[in-house]
Structure formats: structure tokens, C-alpha cells
Design a protein around this ligand. Structure first.
Ligand SMILES: [Zn+2]
Length: 282
């Protein structure tokens, strides 16, 4: 599943290729990807002739900023984009390409999604705050936006496993299964500990590690796990730096103990039983 660094890497690529492009036509081959009250016909008509002024991001949502609307794209499990200049457009569309944006300059943007879990939503500039509020998104994982006091207060009210709380995106956006395991390892926190059992010191360390890990992974273009590729087809390089994710049965990089894999709320979870003791170590 693309996580925030992968989505940010896709955003950078999309912004580079799609900025200032005017939409001439849109082909939709799998209408269930479009979440709208409009008919597909009306939805297409709303977007046609609009220009993409910028591609931004809120959490793991990509946002195409158009003239009157924001087209919000959530990649979910396997969604990805491919951009083709006029002369490179494939003769036949790929099997898993479900939406094609045709631009007035002849280039095309193809949305590809093997599992068809991705979604497109449309909102207006006026409604965007309410739209993103309804997604219950926490702050971005940056020094400026991610407030320690607020984070600490929120965790004190949660008795669910810290890993589950972090995956919910409600306290801070951007952590998926891979980076949650990495930041909990960096912070010495056992993934199943109730969020309200963390000490102030642990919470402060966790926040710092979340910010640093996402920043570092974003700088490296994210991780390539399974089929993820960014829009330019380059593989991310963060997978070379993973410490516990997918490392079950290998020695912990800190202490040499064998990394274990368990399930937390149904998600495969990797941790070091010595560095991340169940009862906490600080
Ligand atoms: Zn260890």
C-alpha cells in the first residue's frame, strides 16, 4: 500500500507533468472508482476544459487543484499514475488502466489500479475544509503541524493498541503498516501497548521519530514493496533502510535478538522483543 512518502513522491511527479495541463476529455472504464452523486457523464463534464493548476496533497489524498473544483484521488492499495507524451501513448490501454485523462496538448495521464480500491472524489474550493474534516485527518507529520501537547492529550484518551491508533490517521496522517513498525521500533515501543500507557518521554520520542522517518523516507522516494512505483516508474529506495518491517527471523540491528512477527488488529507487525518490551522500558 502506498504510504505518505510514496504518495508524496507520486505528487511531486504528477505536479511536474500535469501542472498547467488542460483536460480535454476523460475516459472512465471502471465507474465504481468514481465516488460522486453526479452521473458519470455529468462528472466528466464538470472536469472537462478545466486546467490543473497544481497537484497538492492532504495526508494520503492527492489533490488536483482545478479552476472551480478539487479532484481528490486516493490510491488505496495499488493505485498509480502513468504519464505519456503524445508520441509515447500505448496503442492499447493496459488491462488495469481504468481512467484516462486526455490533455489538450495531446499528452495523457493514465490511472492504473490492479485491485480497483482507489477512489476519485470531487469537492469545491468552498467545501474543501468540510470535505477533509469529514475524513478525520490528523495533522501532517511535520515539526510545525504536529503538536506534541495535542498528540499527548489524544493518546491519553485511547486504550487501543498504539499501532492501531497511529494507523487510524486521526492523530497524525501518513503512517501505514511499514512506517508504523519502523517508528515504534525506533522509539522502543511494543506495538500492542495501549496508547494511554505511553509515558510523556515515549510520546515525545515517538513524535520526533514519526517526523524524521517520514521526512527521510520522502527524501528517498519511499519504499518499494510489492508493486509500488512512482509516476515516473522509478523505484523508491527507502526499503534498503527498513529495520524491522519484513525482517522477521533476522537479527535486530540494535541488539541481535531475532525480529518477531505478530498480528495487531489483523495487520502483520514486526518488532524486537528486547528493544520493544511489552511492559515498556523507560
Ligand atoms: Zn533489539
Amino acid at each position: 500500500m502506498p504510504e505518505l512518502p510514496e504518495v508524496e513522491s507520486a505528487r511531486v511527479g504528477l505536479d511536474r507533468v500535469a501542472r498547467n495541463k488542460q483536460i480535454q476529455a476523460i475516459e472512465v472504464y471502471w465507474p465504481n472508482l468514481i465516488s460522486t452523486n453526479l452521473s458519470i457523464d455529468e462528472w466528466q463534464k464538470t472536469l472537462i476544459d478545466q486546467t490543473i493548476h497544481q497537484v497538492s496533497r492532504r495526508g494520503k489524498y492527492l489533490v488536483f487543484e482545478l479552476d472551480t473544483h478539487l479532484l481528490v484521488s486516493h490510491l488505496r492499495m495499488e493505485g498509480k499514475y502513468f504519464y505519456f507524451l503524445k508520441e509515447d501513448i500505448p496503442q492499447e490501454k493496459a488491462k488495469h488502466t481504468h481512467v484516462i485523462f486526455k490533455f489538450t496538448d495531446g499528452s495523457q495521464l493514465h490511472y492504473h489500479d490492479v485491485r480497483k480500491f482507489g477512489r476519485f472524489e470531487l469537492t469545491s474550493y468552498k467545501d474543501q475544509a468540510a470535505f477533509f474534516n469529514s475524513k478525520k485527518l490528523g495533522p501532517e507529520p511535520t515539526e510545525e503541524a504536529f503538536d506534541l501537547t495535542e498528540f499527548s492529550k489524544a493518546l491519553q484518551k485511547k486504550s487501543r493498541a498504539i499501532k492501531t491508533v497511529l494507523l487510524s490517521q486521526e492523530q497524525v496522517v501518513g503512517l501505514g503498516n511499514i512506517y508504523v513498525d519502523e517508528v515504534l521500533f525506533d522509539s522502543g515501543i511494543y506495538p500492542e501497548r495501549p496508547a494511554n500507557s505511553l509515558t510523556e518521554k515515549e510520546i515525545a520520542l515517538l513524535r520526533t521519530n514519526i517526523i524524521q522517518t517520514i521526512e527521510r523516507a520522502t527524501g528517498l522516494g519511499g519504499s518499494t514493496i510489492r508493486t509500488y512505483k512512482n509516476t515516473l516508474g522509478e523505484a523508491g529506495r527507502y526499503q534498503d533502510y527498513l529495520q524491522v518491517y519484513g525482517k522477521q527471523g533476522t537479527p535486530c540491528p540494535n541488539c541481535g535478538t531475532t525480529i518477531e512477527k505478530i498480528k495487531v488488529h489483523g495487520r502483520g507487525t514486526h518488532y524486537c522483543p528486547v528493544c520493544q518490551p511489552r511492559e515498556g522500558n523507560r
